[in-house]
Design a protein around this ligand. Structure first.
Ligand code: OOG
Ligand code: MG
Length: 255
């Protein structure tokens, strides 16, 4: 059997070179605990190459995403500076295998998140909230995976673009959120689809961090998970997301 280290290397190289690999979990008997170990080992490899952690992302926090991918358990993975793009940036298509984009809410921390917090405390930990777009790119062939596969693959993390700062007191509990490609709306929903209220994602993130003996520093990003199904994007596309009735807009190109 492959060691977790070998599987981490295989998935990390697949991400680095944008070449899809077969799923690993069912063949290798990878448990969920093994899958997180593989994920963390693949993060160690990124850090050893000079990438810096920028925070975490949650996945499968909405029914739309669970149904699209056939996975119904909340997952979490790491974001690095290699995945971060400024609003309006042009992302190199060659860096991805079969990228998809999804509209999200992002929290940027005002202080370290180093213990499980309650919904009432959540705002105290956040500097600002923003509309964001996540680019996910499964390293598995045909973008197909089991729960263990996707966790081992750092939850398909591959890019994120964060919009302008919104005050933490902005009511984000039930806002329209949508994704457009080349000006055409492709997916829309409500922020309420994210665990009933996106702030619950931050609470979940804090519990996962505590349970796993991890923490985030002030300034770290926490992506709450998509409210809608993700959409494939291709070289030449212009991607944008909208929040509320003109509250915020964010976008990027892929070339
Ligand atoms: C896994 C990542 C899920 C989300 O927002 O639910 C995710 C995937 O769909 O490839 O990022
Ligand atoms: Mg996502």
């Amino acid at each position: 059997m492959n060691t977790t280290y070998q599987l981490a290397r295989q998935l990390d190289e697949a991400a680095q070179h944008a070449v899809a690999v077969p799923q690993v979990a069912s063949e290798q008997g990878v448990t969920l605990a093994d899958a997180y170990r593989i994920q963390w080992l693949s993060m160690d490899r990124r850090v050893a190459r000079g990438e810096q952690s920028m925070g975490i992302k949650l996945g499968f926090t909405s029914r739309a995403k669970m149904e699209q991918m056939g996975v119904d358990e909340l997952i979490w993975g790491w974001l690095t500076d290699d995945m971060y793009y400024e609003q309006g940036a042009s992302l190199p298509a060659a860096k991805f295998i079969h990228p998809r984009a999804e509209p999200e809410i992002c929290f940027v921390l005002s202080k370290p998140l180093d213990k499980a917090i309650s919904l009432d405390e959540a705002k105290d930990y956040v500097d600002y909230v923003a509309l964001a777009i996540e680019v996910i790119d499964s390293r598995y062939k045909n973008f197909k995976f089991s729960l263990e596969d996707v966790v081992a693959d750092n939850c398909s993390s591959s890019g994120f673009v964060v919009g302008e700062k919104l005050n933490v007191d902005t009511d984000i509990s039930d806002l329209a959120i949508s994704l457009s490609i080349n000006g055409e709306e492709k997916a829309s929903g409500s922020t309420k689809a994210i665990l009933g209220n996106p702030w619950e994602s931050l609470v979940e993130a804090s519990k996962l961090l505590e349970k796993n003996g991890k923490s985030l520093l002030a300034g770290a990003y926490v992506m709450a998970g998509a409210a809608t199904a993700a959409q494939y994007i291709h070289a030449g596309d212009q991607i944008s997301a909208k929040l509320g009735d003109g509250l915020s807009e964010v976008g990027f190109k892929i070339d």
